[in-house]
Design a protein around this ligand. Structure first.
Ligand code: C2E
Ligand code: MG
Ligand code: MG
Length: 572
């Protein structure tokens, strides 16, 4: 960062409309013997802001004579945006006062045109650069912790304040972590301050690696750190970060031939429940930290009791989930899709259920996101496909009509390198007709990784299985993509269908979706029809199939087999 002024080339940006001025400054700089200058000329003010923002120069010379207003605006903007280089203004001789005002607005120095010689110019540039550098050093000292280079308490408060403001505007959450090291004082006392310093530095660095770029780590006391996590969606996300923080702090820190060990107690307050301003949040995070200190080993506590309960539940649920697959606690339920033309079962969707030994039947909304978070969705997803194939075989063995059986795929499953290979192995091992299998994907899943997903879809489609677009209308997708993807059907999301007879807007949307799908040559399946009126509306507007409680809830395989035999009409 430092510029050894005597040796380096100094890059100067001149903002001045007058070519003569450019020639003059060039000549004057050339005449300085001991330093090399690289002069760039920006002739037009409308390009000047970009040229400054690019920050490719060590110093800016800004003409204040020809268009003082634009020049002043430019100067103010650069200063407000915290531009880190000096700006020297060049004023007219006739204009006393202007120079001082420019300096008050943030210019580093002023030169009077017509009175500049080589020496004056050189000195002004050199002093301006040196002064700016020491200003920056001071500013850094005021805002950063010199030992770790992370923000100190002052900058931390500023950042937390801004994060809370942003959250207020966007109705988001902010999580504040108050991290206190366990056993730090002992290391400092018995092994010396160098050991303590090494430890603090390592902790700061590791904390930085635990959070996203947009999040912020600060050191606010001897062994106290804070973390600001913005826009966190669930307690689970926060818990994951807390665990990671504990994990990285617990790793040994090498010091000479020794290893240093500390633990961490973390208190967490989440805006807005845990406080609506920075002082309250801090106080509550601090209180929660003291509670965490009272627990054995490294631990975290939320200020809000509700979140502690959620965190504990999630921990148990996760442990249970890891065992559930081995213990055979999962089951596929089946919900028929009814063709509106003849009201017969034209297909079926397999929906995952967890028979939890204590909690009873757990719905996917409670465990799929968790399984996605911890990577369990991949083996679980294979189990679903395997089970679907077994049930297709069972249907065939009973002589049931050969309909499509659909299962849901999560975007995470496409991240598994062996996905295509494993799916094709499962299908081949089961020996089913591959076209019997259908995969449901949401728009969001597809759009989260368009290229990989599309490639996988093409390969799988070539093997025989078909695809449908689930929850259509709730995510974001472009028609260009839908057209390109090997999709056979659109499933209109339940949220549109449920109000179709009450809300004219929804009726319009549903009609448009049906037309769109047909225009693209796709089948349309409406999800979540519960009433006769809804089904009637859908039939009138040419929807192909309906899946919803009106005909049947998802039921265990045996019951579904019964529906097939009885023919669904009796149910509706
Ligand atoms: P989905 O794929 O959109 O499935 C439709 C959901 O709507 C099912 O909820 C179904 O029970 C429900 N539903 C169907 N008809 C009606 C109705 O008339 N009224 C109401 N109120 N609800 C209806 P479920 O079984 O709880 O599944 C929820 C979501 O969980 C599924 O939405 C799907 O995204 C996901 N899911 C289920 N099984 C799996 C799976 O094996 N793998 C993955 N990755 N996700 C799954
Ligand atoms: Mg589905
Ligand atoms: Mg759906």
């Amino acid at each position: 960062m430092e510029l050894p002024l005597a040796e380096t080339t100094i890059r100067v940006l001149l903002i001045d409309a007058d070519p003569a001025e450019y020639a003059l400054v060039g000549t004057l700089l050339d005449a300085v013997g001991h330093t090399t200058y690289e002069l760039t000329w920006c002739r037009r003010f409308e390009h000047a802001a970009d040229a400054i923002a690019a920050d490719l120069h060590d110093v800016i010379l800004l003409d204040f004579q020809s268009d003082q207003q634009s020049a002043h605006a430019l100067l103010l903007k650069a200063v407000q945006q915290g531009f880190p280089r000096p700006i020297i203004v060049m004023t007219a001789e006739m204009d006393p006062g202007v120079d001082r005002e420019a300096v008050r607005s943030g210019a580093s120095d002023y030169l009077q045109k017509g009175r500049i010689d080589s020496q004056v110019l050189e000195r002004s540039i050199r002093y301006a650069i040196e002064r700016k550098q020491s200003e920056r050093k001071l500013a850094r000292l005021a805002h950063y912790d010199p030992l770790t280079n992370v923000p100190n308490r002052i900058l931390f408060r500023d950042r937390l304040g801004r994060a809370v403001e942003r959250a207020k505007r966007g109705q988001q959450t902010v999580a504040l972590f108050f991290v206190d090291l366990d056993g730090f004082k002992q290391i400092n006392d018995t092994m010396g301050h160098d050991a303590g310093d090494a430890l603090i530095r390592a902790v700061a660095e590791r904390l930085g690696a635990c959070v996203r770029k947009s999040d912020s780590v600060a050191r606010i006391g001897g062994d106290e750190f804070t973390l600001i996590l913005e826009d966190v969606s669930t307690t689970g996300d926060i818990v994951n970060v807390a665990r990671k923080v504990i994990e990285v702090i617990s790793r040994p820190v090498p010091f000479g031939s020794q290893q240093l060990f500390v633990g961490a107690s973390i208190g967490i307050a989440v805006y807005p429940e845990g406080g609506e301003d920075i002082d309250t949040l801090l106080k509550h995070a601090d209180m929660a930290m003291y509670q965490a200190k009272g627990l054995r080993g490294s631990a975290y506590r939320f200020y809000t009791e509700k979140m502690n309960v959620e965190a504990t539940n999630q921990m148990y649920l996760e442990a249970d989930l890891r065992r559930a697959l081995r213990r055979g606690e999962f089951e596929l339920y089946y919900q028929p899709r009814i063709a509106l033309g003849d009201e017969r079962i034209a297909g079926v969707e397999g929906l995952l259920r967890w028979n939890h030994p204590v909690r009873g039947l757990v719905k996917p909304a409670e465990f799929i996101p968790l399984a996605e978070d911890v990577g369990l969705i991949v083996p679980l997803g294979y189990w679903v496909i395997h089970q679907a194939c077994q049930d297709i075989l069972a249907m065939d063995a009973r002589g049931m009509e050969p309909i499509h059986l659909a299962v849901n795929l999560s975007f995470r499953q496409f991240l598994d390198e062996k996905f295509v290979q494993t799916v094709s192995n499962i299908i081949a091992d089961a020996g089913i007709d591959p076209w019997r299998l259908e995969f449901e994907l949401t728009e969001t899943a597809i759009m989260s990784n368009v290229e990989d997903t599309e490639r996988c879809m093409q390969v799988i489609r070539a093997l025989g299985p078909t695809f449908s677009l689930d929850d259509f209308g709730t995510g974001y997708s472009s028609f260009a993509h839908i057209q390109r993807l090997p999709i056979g059907a659109l499933k209109i999301d339940r949220s549109f269908v449920s109000q179709v007879n009450l809300r004219p807007d929804d009726a319009t949307i549903v009609r448009a979706m049906i037309n769109l799908a047909h225009g693209l040559g796709l089948k349309v399946i409406a999800e979540g029809a519960e009433t006769r009126e809804q089904v009637q509306f859908l039939r009138e507007h040419g929807c192909d199939q309906v899946q919803g409680y009106y005909y049947s809830t998802p039921v265990p395989f045996e019951e579904f087999a019964g529906l097939m035999r009885a023919d669904i009409k009796a149910v509706g």
